[in-house]
Design a protein around this ligand. Structure first.
Ligand code: CA
Ligand code: CA
Ligand code: CA
Length: 296
């Protein structure tokens, strides 16, 4: 069954892929980056990520931490990824329907935090003026997961996140290549097109080759996996989904609060799922249905 919410969600196949949609896709297309489309107003829009194999981890040997090693091959099945981080306005739609529920003893959104960009006015959740299109922050992992459920989606695994961040598993250090500039992403400080000391509106910078925005910088993005610092030493090749248990969840991509080097696609962060922060948000992904699948 398609959830009611799906009526507000847009899925895009890149033109090059849609021609092959009903036939087995040649191996050469696996992991091929796809071309993006303009973002659609406040509605969630997804890009198709063809499945493929890639080398996950610190390809360049310049990570801060051993947790990105060893580099290892991973097979990722096709999935859909939201083009942008979830915005304050999108998150308000959710809160106005479901309420700001308590899960594991904490509210989905920490409205009491001075850094929260959403407020409750006249019984309704509204973004602070001017922050409608900025990514939601001060949201817990449970609040992120609940939103994803509500929209008929889920949080990405960190393997999916990294595969998408390097446009289908290309050997890239940063989402745009060997380097990242202030004209490409919002990291700490300002300069060039990065005019922001804190969050920027989503999709202000150019998309990656895959057609997604702010995959590095702006806000950290929560993944579904538990964080394990030695997980790469013993991980399944096919669609790894993290350790069975843990204390922290994986976050990826760096933020407005961290330096350029933290925007590396292989960098792994972690975050207490009961906590919320001024520079941590999320984006959602969706599984490919049988009908949409073009794997033989
Ligand atoms: Ca900045
Ligand atoms: Ca981001
Ligand atoms: Ca907080």
């Amino acid at each position: 069954m398609i959830p009611a919410r799906m009526s507000r969600v847009f899925f895009r196949y890149p033109a090059i892929v849609s021609a092959f949609i009903l036939m087995p896709i040649p191996a050469v297309f696996r992991g091929t980056p796809v071309i993006g489309h303009p973002i659609q107003d406040q509605d969630l829009e997804f890009m198709f990520v063809p499945g493929g194999s890639f080398q996950m981890g610190d390809l360049w040997g310049d990570g801060y931490s051993e947790d990105e090693k060893p580099v290892h091959w991973v097979d990722v099945s096709a999935f859909w990824i939201a083009k942008t981080e979830v915005t304050n306005l999108q998150y308000c739609d959710f809160l106005n329907e479901k309420g700001n529920k308590i899960e594991e003893g904490v509210p989905w959104l920490d409205l009491t935090d001075e850094n929260c960009l959403i407020e409750k006015k006249g019984g309704k959740y509204v973004p602070q003026k001017g922050y409608e299109n900025h990514p939601v922050v001060e949201v817990t992992w449970f609040g992120a997961r609940a939103y994803a459920d509500w929209i008929g989606a889920r949080l990405p695994t960190e393997a999916e996140w990294e595969f998408a961040a390097c446009s289908g598993g290309k050997p890239l250090k940063f989402p745009y290549g060997a380097w990242i500039t202030r004209n490409q992403a919002n990291f700490v400080g300002t300069g060039g097109r990065d005019r922001w000391k804190q969050t920027s509106p989503v999709a202000h910078f150019d998309p990656t080759a895959l057609g997604i925005f702010d995959i590095s910088g702006n806000v950290w993005e929560m993944c579904q996996d538990w964080y394990g610092n030695t997980y790469y030493q013993n991980t399944p090749r096919e669609n790894p989904a993290g350790p069975e248990t843990g204390t922290h969840r994986v976050i990826r991509g760096g933020s407005w609060n961290y330096p350029r080097h933290i925007c590396r696609v292989s960098l792994r962060g972690m975050h207490d799922p009961l906590e919320s922060a001024e520079d941590i948000g999320f984006r959602v992904v969706r599984d490919v249905t049988d009908l949409e699948s073009f794997h033989p």
